[in-house]
Unconditional design. Structure first.
Length: 244
């Protein structure tokens, strides 16, 4: 079984207490208006997946292919669109509004986001180099990286050499973070530990790939409100029939 993930946004970090009074640093993730806007099938696409969208966008801010696809599916265009490959039993119907109840408190999840961009940084900050000595002949080169190439052969700097350069602003995945709790009313997920990215960053949350999971809602948590409305309508219909 492989369930779909969720698109969330990072709200920030806070501190929550468990039943024993122990404080836990948690990251607050908001599910918001995350919804299923499409499906992928083996017959048509060669694989099975759910297409999720988050943060409704104006038509002028969406690329034309995505806008046409949204119109064909009968859904609204979204700013963030992500595919999650799933098993056949975890396909979610188009138009389903997802919630924080998709995950369960205590389970482990993997999170993926774009880390904070830190600009051009030296090797000491970027790669944790120790730097040169503070004295013994070192002059104005305390934070330099030293030699980088060879003499006669191969006479060049090898690819992949750790040097100064752009730091951050890359896709980072953190595995096996524990879901501390769920706030169904505000549609929030509390994840123990730090999550990459600045506040407001889109964060993809999936079941931990390296762990086994039990007692999870498949394919997702079913909302109770629509079922109650249908039940009331059926009851009214039956009452009307009896009255006639």
């Amino acid at each position: 079984m492989k369930r779909s993930g969720l698109i969330t946004t990072k709200i920030g970090m806070t501190r929550l207490y468990d039943d024993n009074g122990v404080a836990h640093g948690v990251t607050v993730l908001s599910v918001g208006d995350c919804a299923v806007i499409g499906n992928r099938s083996v017959e048509k696409h060669g694989y099975v997946a759910n297409v999720l969208g988050m943060r409704e966008a104006k038509a002028k801010h969406v690329a034309k292919p995505q806008l046409v696809a949204a119109e064909k599916a009968g859904v609204k265009p979204y700013r963030k669109v992500v595919e999650f490959r799933v098993s056949d039993d975890c396909v979610i119907p188009v138009g389903t509004q997802l919630s924080s109840g998709h995950f369960v408190a205590g389970q482990l999840v993997d999170v993926q986001a774009t880390s904070k961009g830190k600009g051009f940084q030296g090797a000491m900050k970027r790669h944790n180099f120790g730097g040169k000595e503070a004295t013994h002949g070192v002059l104005k080169a305390h934070r330099s990286i030293g030699g980088t190439g060879m003499r006669e052969w191969p006479g060049r700097v090898l690819k992949g050499k750790k040097m100064a350069g752009q730091m951050g602003n890359e896709t980072v995945t953190v595995q096996n973070l524990k879901v501390f709790g769920i706030d169904a009313a505000e549609n929030l997920i509390f994840v123990e530990g730090a999550v990459p990215g600045a506040n407001g960053t889109f964060v993809l949350v999936t079941d931990a790939i390296k762990k086994e999971h039990k007692d999870l809602p498949v394919p997702t948590m079913v909302a109770t409100a629509p079922q109650a409305e249908v039940a009331s309508e059926e009851t009214n219909t039956e009452t009307d029939a009896v009255a006639e």
